[in-house]
Design a binder for this molecule. Structure first.
Ligand SMILES: C[S@@+](CC[C@H](N)C(=O)[O-])C[C@H]1O[C@@H](n2cnc3c(N)ncnc32)[C@H](O)[C@@H]1O
Length: 286
C-alpha cells in the first residue's frame, strides 16, 4: 500500500491538502479499530436477526460494516458480478459518464472498496483520483492492482482527512448505505468539494413496478443471501444485511432531501435496470 508519507507527498502536488490533523485521523484508525472492533472478527455473526430488524440504527454499525467487508473482501468482486449478472460494472461506467469529468479535475472516491469505481474514473482523464476506504482487506485488494495513477487512503468517510474544497468530484458506489450516519457523510462530501463541484452516488434501490418489485423481492430476500453466502462461504451475515439495508434505506425522494440538506442545490436521479439501482448526481452550491 502507498504509505501515508507517499500519499502526503503526492497529494499536495495536485493541490489537495490534508486537513489540519487529518492524517492523524488516518493514523489513529488503527487504535480506533482496536477499540471499536472488540470481539468483532470475520468469524463473528455480525448481523443477527435482532440487528437486521433495524440495521441503520445500530450504534456500532460502522464497526460491524468494517468487520463485514474485511470478512467478505476476497470474494467481494466475484459475488458482485454473479449477483448483478455483470451489470455492476456497466452501472459504474454509466455513473462516470453522467458526471462528465473534465481534464484537470480531482476525484475522491469514498468507500472505494477494491477500487472498481476509482479505476473507472481513472479512465475518464481527471488529474487525480484518490480512493478512500476504512476496510483494510478491501483496500489491500485495490492497492494490489498496482495502478499507479490512483492514490489510496485508509480513512473514515465521515472524517475525510483532506482540506475543505479539495476536489471537483466526490463519488461513492454502494457506500453511503453503509455509513453510520447518512447526513453526516453527505455533509462531509460537500465540505471537501469545491463550490459547484458534484457528488455522484450509485446505490441499490427498489423497483417501482409492482410485478417487478415482487419478483425482485423474492430474488433479493430469498435467493441472493443463500447464493452469495454459498459462493463466499460467509458466516458474518453480510448477504442478509444487504437486502435488509437496501429495503430500509431512504428512497429517491428522501435521498434528494438528504442531499439538499447537506448543501447541494441541483439534484438529479437516474434509475438503472428497472430501478434496482439509482445514480444521484448533485451539485454543491456556489
Ligand atoms: C459495497 S462496498 C463498495 C465498494 C466499491 N465502491 C464498489 O463499487 O464496489 C462498500 C465499501 O464501503 C466501505 N465503507 C463503508 N462505510 C465506510 C466509511 N464510513 N468510511 C470508509 N469506508 C466505508 C466498506 O469498507 C466497503 O469497502
Amino acid at each position: 500500500m502507498h504509505s501515508f508519507r507517499a500519499l502526503r507527498e503526492q497529494i499536495p502536488r495536485h493541490g489537495v491538502k490534508p486537513s489540519a490533523g487529518g492524517f492523524l485521523t488516518v493514523a489513529a484508525l488503527t487504535s480506533y479499530n482496536k477499540f471499536c472492533m472488540c470481539g468483532l472478527s470475520a468469524e463473528t455473526v455480525l448481523w443477527d436477526e435482532a440487528r437486521l430488524a433495524n440495521p441503520h440504527h445500530q450504534p456500532d454499525k460502522a464497526a460491524r460494516v468494517r468487520a463485514m467487508f474485511d470478512a467478505i473482501a476476497p470474494t467481494y468482486e466475484r459475488v458482485n458480478h454473479v449477483l448483478s449478472a455483470g451489470r455492476d460494472a456497466a452501472w459504474r461506467r454509466r455513473a462516470v459518464t453522467l458526471v462528465c469529468v473534465r481534464p484537470g479535475e480531482r476525484v475522491l472516491d469514498l468507500a472505494c472498496g477494491t477500487g472498481d469505481f476509482a479505476r473507472a474514473f481513472g479512465k475518464a482523464g481527471p488529474s487525480l483520483v484518490v480512493g478512500l476506504d476504512f476496510s483494510e482487506k478491501m483496500l489491500a485488494l485495490a492497492v494490489g492492482r498496482d495502478d499507479q495513477s490512483i492514490r489510496w487512503c485508509r480513512a473514515d468517510a465521515l472524517a475525510i482527512p483532506f482540506a475543505d474544497e479539495s476536489f471537483e468530484i466526490v463519488s461513492c458506489a454502494f457506500g453511503v448505505r453503509n455509513f453510520q450516519a447518512l447526513g453526516a457523510g453527505l455533509r462531509e462530501a460537500a465540505r471537501v468539494l469545491a463550490p459547484g463541484g458534484r457528488v455522484v452516488i450509485l446505490e441499490f434501490s427498489l423497483p417501482r413496478s409492482r410485478l417487478w418489485n415482487a419478483l425482485y423481492h423474492f430474488y433479493f430476500q430469498r435467493v441472493l443471501p443463500r447464493l452469495a453466502a454459498w459462493i463466499s462461504r460467509d458466516q458474518s451475515g453480510a448477504y442478509r444485511y444487504l437486502p435488509r439495508s437496501v429495503s430500509s434505506f431512504p428512497d429517491e425522494h428522501c435521498m434528494k432531501g438528504e442531499l439538499r440538506s447537506a448543501g447541494f442545490d441541483r439534484v438529479a436521479a437516474t434509475t438503472l435496470t428497472l430501478g434496482v439501482a439509482t445514480i444521484y448526481v448533485a451539485w454543491k452550491k456556489r
